[in-house]
Ligand binder design. Structure first.
Ligand SMILES: [Mg+2]
Length: 482
């Protein structure tokens, strides 16, 4: 059952109590002692053969830098194991930055007093040690999915302290320490291109893997339509998107419509199409068609992103769908139709919401059903579909694996205790997270579609906050990460 919560100050102090912290410190001190002691013993035994004094060893096998490679390796292993142990305890609750620094200071003192201090290479500095803590740390038990429009961006403008919030998921070296993805119903460009755009707008390094768009599930249909003629609808680069997924014969609806004279009776009144027609004189680079596309049957239509020209697209879609994929011919069985999402509205730059793909779907369906004997058949993807959240969980596990290259993350054993969905649209983001169930935890921001003071009546979130930055504050406090 969901309930409204607020990000209060009390959430800032969710780490273990002071007494437990003191016990951990004792354990860690003894670990430092034993790690350094063991390293010293190994160091002394390694020196026995050489007979050289401390700090002036003459290694039997000297490296170019003058250090005994075996002793260096042994000591490195000790420190490395200590780092893993240290971080294992950290994962259980010791995340306070001051305490981490205290441990590092203890280690530095021990290293300074140790005879083997002189054999430690400069690369075994505290910076190296600290870096190892992150790269070898145990996998996080939580992940985060961000909606984009109305949460991180409005148009192309960052909102709600988004760049600051995202930076907190990286360490000082720019390494990702918390697995997160962008889970958006938007799209229109390939994931690789969107990752670059988002990285530039939000000032963080984003992997294509981290971008899940409304049309991302279309790639699962590639084998079914790989060599068939398909039409891709929407703003941006719908044909490029489908091409990147592996579809071999794709035409954008702009390209497809241009193959038919007079298919759009209003084309002459659309001034913007003049430039478009000039660009489309050459054959599409997304098709391997040897024949005129007009004579080939369209096997499926994919609405990749928001339609730019509703009147033309509704007309052409009805032509394709009523005739079995051969506009101008007899009525025949309807080819499959796929929508990347079913959002009725979304928050863009204009103060009130704009009509989305769900509104376009209603328009197509209404017109089609009015002129055709059988009702329109279609499939919609995107949030709030539970399969989208299941897929996001799988992708987050892949992102987690990419964060922890030194640790093999076993997907069969590793699982997320909590997955946070941060969104602005109650009927899409929050409804979806609620339907997906455990371990999803929904956070609703007030920077987009939702602007209410309290929680949403129909789809209440687990937490309501003003901005995405507040949401990230809450998550990191709850997970005891500074
Ligand atoms: Mg949104």
């Amino acid at each position: 059952m969901s309930m409204e919560k607020s990000a209060t100050k009390s959430n800032q102090n969710l780490c273990f109590p002071r007494r437990r912290g003191q016990i951990k410190m004792k354990i860690l001190k003894s670990m430092v002692k034993s790690a350094v002691g063991l390293a010293s013993m190994r160091s002394q035994s390694g020196r026995g053969g050489s007979g050289s004094g401390s700090g002036s060893s003459t290694p039997s096998t000297a490296t170019p830098s003058g250090y005994d490679s075996d002793r260096k390796l042994n000591f490195t292993n000790k420190i490395y194991n200590f780092a893993i142990d240290f971080n294992t305890i950290g994962q259980r609750g010791l995340h306070d930055q001051k305490e981490k620094m205290k441990i590092l200071q203890i280690l530095r003192r021990k290293l300074s007093s140790s005879q083997i201090r002189s054999t430690v290479t400069p690369s075994l500095s505290l910076a190296f040690f600290y870096r190892q803590l992150h790269s070898s740390s145990n996998p996080a038990s939580f992940g985060v999915a961000f909606d984009i429009d109305g949460v991180l961006l409005r148009g192309s403008n960052p909102i709600g302290g988004a760049p600051r919030a995202l930076k907190r998921f990286y360490d000082d070296y720019g390494t990702l320490k918390v697995p997160y993805v962008f889970l958006t119903n938007g799209g229109g460009v390939p994931e690789s291109k969107r990752a670059k755009e988002l990285g530039s707008l939000l000032d963080v390094n984003i992997l294509p893997l981290q971008v899940i768009q409304g049309h991302s599930p279309f790639k699962q249909l590639m084998r079914r339509f790989e060599n068939e003629l398909i039409v891709a609808v929407g703003k941006g680069e719908p044909a490029e998107v489908m091409s990147e997924y592996g579809f071999k014969n794709v035409l954008s609806i702009d390209e497809y419509a241009s193959c038919f004279d007079n298919i759009d009776p209003l084309a002459q009144y659309k001034k913007w199409t003049d430039k478009l027609d000039g660009n489309q004189s050459s054959k599409s680079k997304h098709t391997a068609l040897s024949n005129d596309p007009c004579s080939q049957r369209v096997a499926a239509v994919f609405v990749v992103s928001d339609s730019v020209d509703w009147s033309r697209d509704i007309q052409v879609l009805c032509d394709i769908l009523r005739t079995g994929g051969l506009p101008g011919k007899e009525i025949a069985h309807q080819p499959p139709l796929f929508f990347a999402n079913d959002d009725l509205a979304y928050q863009a730059l204009f103060p009130s919401e704009r009509l989305g793909m769900g509104a376009f779907r209603i328009a197509v369906e209404s017109v089609f059903n009015a002129i055709h004997p059988a009702a329109l058949k279609y499939t919609s993807y995107g949030k709030p579909n539970p399969s989208v959240f299941k897929n996001a969980e799988t992708v987050l596990m892949h992102v987690l694996q990419s964060c922890h290259t030194n640790h093999q993350v076993d997907g069969r054993k590793q699982f997320f205790k909590t997955l946070y969905m941060i969104g602005d649209n109650p009927s899409v983001d929050i409804k979806g997270a609620r339907q997906a169930g455990s371990p999803w935890f929904s956070i609703l921001t007030r920077t987009g579609v939702f602007k209410g003071k309290e929680n949403h009546d129909d789809f209440p979130a687990d937490l309501v906050v003003d901005t995405v930055e507040e949401a990230v504050d809450y998550i990191l406090s709850k997970e005891c990460i500074s």
